[in-house]
Design a protein around this ligand. Structure first.
Ligand SMILES: C[S@@+](CC[C@H](N)C(=O)[O-])C[C@H]1O[C@@H](n2cnc3c(N)ncnc32)[C@H](O)[C@@H]1O
Length: 204
């Protein structure tokens, strides 16, 4: 049986690093595995760590859409390499959109796939207004029974403010919400076992 923690370790062995706390991210992956989701949209992929692990937890032959500004040196090349690894390993149809998720042209590009997604992971800009905009733009693309995950909802004050608004809105709309982890954070420790920044979950 696949387990989130094993998938995180497997990625590490490939020198692919998830920018999240190890334990709580593994719990989020377990949740995705339990749900048996297909088709994945990620806003904010950086070097492809979370994309690589979540993709392994999806059903076969999923559509995977990764959106990132790729504005740091070498970021695009790294993400393209991971996108190819995902295609080769999992047989998913992977598309990388380089641009800002806040740009209406990028929103249209995502909508143009003409599908809904079982998993949406929002981990791009961490400004309150931007996180709320990502939710507004992409939550209508969530499939019934699907899941939206938000990174950093406890530790980041800006994301926390967005999460409070989003959680309330989602509940009013009849969705279940919860937070995975978020109970400790020690940035002075390089070991990601000391990071738990909170992953917000909306079940559509
Ligand atoms: C925290 S990192 C993502 C880490 C990745 N999800 C992981 O866990 O491995 C945030 C990424 O979001 C990207 N980003 C920031 N603002 C963005 C925006 N408006 N649209 C798309 N990507 C954005 C940054 O360039 C960065 O690569």
């Amino acid at each position: 049986m696949l387990r989130g923690i094993d998938l995180v370790d497997e990625a590490e062995q490939m020198d692919i690093h998830v920018r999240q706390g190890r334990e709580e991210f593994a719990q989020a992956v377990d949740f995705v595995l339990e749900k048996g989701l297909s088709d994945f949209l990620e806003i904010g992929s950086f070097h492809g760590g979370s994309a690589y692990v979540f993709s392994k937890a999806l059903r076969e032959r999923s559509t995977v859409v990764l959106v990132d500004t790729c504005d740091r040196k070498g970021a695009r090349e790294k993400l393209e390499t991971v996108a190819q690894l995902i295609r080769d390993r999992d047989g998913h149809k992977v598309t990388l959109i380089v641009g800002s998720s806040l740009d209406p042209a990028v929103v249209e590009q995502v909508q143009a796939f003409g599908i809904t997604f079982g998993l949406i992971h929002i981990d791009g800009s961490h400004y309150t207004e931007d996180v709320c905009l990502d939710y507004t733009h992409f939550s209508p693309l969530l499939r019934t029974g699907g899941v939206i995950l938000f990174h950093d909802v406890v530790v980041s004050k800006m994301v926390n403010a967005a999460w409070k608004f989003i959680e309330k809105t989602a509940r009013k709309g009849g969705c279940k919400t919860k937070v995975i982890g978020g109970d400790h954070w020690n940035p002075s420790k390089k070991d990601r076992n000391f990071w738990a920044t909170g992953i917000g979950v909306i079940e559509g």
